[in-house]
Design a protein around this ligand. Structure first.
Ligand SMILES: *Cc1c(COP(=O)(O)O)cnc(C)c1O
Length: 387
């Protein structure tokens, strides 16, 4: 089976991890700060916090922004459930803004419309999480302008987008947001096995996330209540978690980050070949928003169902049966049983639901060969053109 995504591990990665295993620190040593430096250097953000997953990073981001009971968080329905769940972890209410049918990202016009309506009834969101789906940057300038006008905070879910650029600046510089979150799960662009990070330019947010990453415990005298009892002393001054990344994971991240540019250009090479080879088929191919460079985590095609005789499910299952490990990103979050239980209804976000009926993610990963890609094209062409 040709998988839809796969990590690339080199001898350099292996050597870096083995070196940590032979060192004094498996956790809380020098590698995590080194990885964080690689992230600030790449993104241009002032602060980076490596954690054990993007899900944890999203949770910390929401907590640092003060999201709590009675507050509202809005995100896109077309995302992994974690982009929405972080709001529920904080006892906030979660709602969604429908996607733009061309970019598949949160639509800024629909966001503005929903903000106008929310303002009229005093129900403005505290946090909005745009998701750079497939690595395509959201229209951050428009979202940032609305954040200023309506007074909400912005967390970019850039789990798909490290290495991408918006208006010629790296994703993660937080020019139009408060915090940006990355995932380093093995199917993503850069991997640490499990892992994530939050980057920000705001010291207070970085400090708060750092405190909550490790139990709410401080060893900093300045932050303590009263006097230190001695060299062993620490205080818990907030309720935090253990969301730390290990040294092994950070070592992998350090060597992976060195190859980020290669990862992205390999993905662009493959995407360009897909564009050329699939352009005559009854498909909607990925559209690129002007003045952006995608991280290209995923290559999503949309079936023009009126022009083909099979259903989406038939095409998907025929591809799988012939060894093409396609996938579907994502099932609209508001249609998940858990979210239905919270009062969300099918029909609420028509562009997202239409996208879900047509989308298929084709295999695309750094080590994919042109022969493998040609096989995907051949099988897909055969399925779509057979009568
Ligand atoms: C993968 C992913 C996450 C969660 O990442 P983890 O590191 O697995 O917690 C969140 N949001 C999006 C959009 C993702 O693709």
């Amino acid at each position: 089976m040709i998988p839809y995504g796969k990590q690339e591990i080199t001898q350099q990665d292996i050597d870096g991890v083995v070196e940590v295993l032979q060192s004094d620190f498996l956790t809380q040593g020098p590698k995590v700060p080194e990885f964080e430096q690689a992230l600030t250097r790449h993104t241009g953000a002032s602060y980076a916090l490596a954690v054990n997953s993007a899900t944890s990073a999203l949770h910390l981001a929401c907590l640092a922004l003060g999201l709590g009971k009675g507050d509202l968080l809005w995100t896109s329905p077309i995302t992994f459930v974690a982009s929405a769940n972080c709001g529920l972890y904080c006892d906030a209410k979660v709602d969604f803004v429908d996607i733009d049918p061309k970019t598949y990202n949160m639509c800024p016009n629909k966001l503005e419309q929903k903000l106008i309506e929310a303002k009229a009834i005093g129900m403005l969101p505290k946090v909005v999480i745009p998701v750079h789906l497939c690595g395509q940057p959201c229209d951050m300038q428009a979202i940032g302008a609305l954040a200023k006008e309506y007074g909400f905070k912005v967390v970019e879910d850039a789990s798909h987008a490290i290495g991408g650029r918006y208006h010629d600046e790296p994703i993660g510089n937080c020019a139009f947001s408060d915090i940006t979150v990355f995932s380093f799960h093995p199917v993503k662009i850069v991997t640490t096995a499990e892992g994530g990070a939050a980057v920000t330019n705001q010291k207070d947010l970085a400090d708060k996330m750092s405190l909550l990453r490790s139990h709410g415990i401080t060893r900093d005298n300045e932050k303590m209540v009263g006097e230190s009892h001695g060299g062993w002393f620490y205080q818990q001054i907030d309720l935090g978690f253990n969301y730390r990344m290990t040294e092994l994971q950070a070592a992998l991240g350090v060597t992976q980050m060195k190859r980020l540019d290669d990862f992205i250009s390999a993905r662009h090479h493959l995407a360009n070949r897909y564009y050329r080879k699939l352009s005559d088929l009854p498909l909607e191919l990925p559209y690129q928003l002007e003045n952006t460079y995608s991280g290209l985590h995923l290559y999503v095609i949309r079936l023009k169902l009126d022009d083909i005789s099979s259903s989406q499910r038939e095409v998907f299952e025929a591809l799988r049966a012939k060894g093409i490990g396609v996938n579907l990103h994502y099932i609209p979050v508001h249609t998940q049983p858990y979210y239905q239980g919270l009062g969300h209804r099918e029909g609420d976000f028509p562009s997202s639901e239409q996208y879900y009926k047509e989308a298929i993610s084709l295999p695309m990963f750094h080590g994919m060969t042109e022969q493998q890609q040609d096989e995907v094209v051949r099988v897909l062409t055969e399925i779509l053109t057979e009568k």
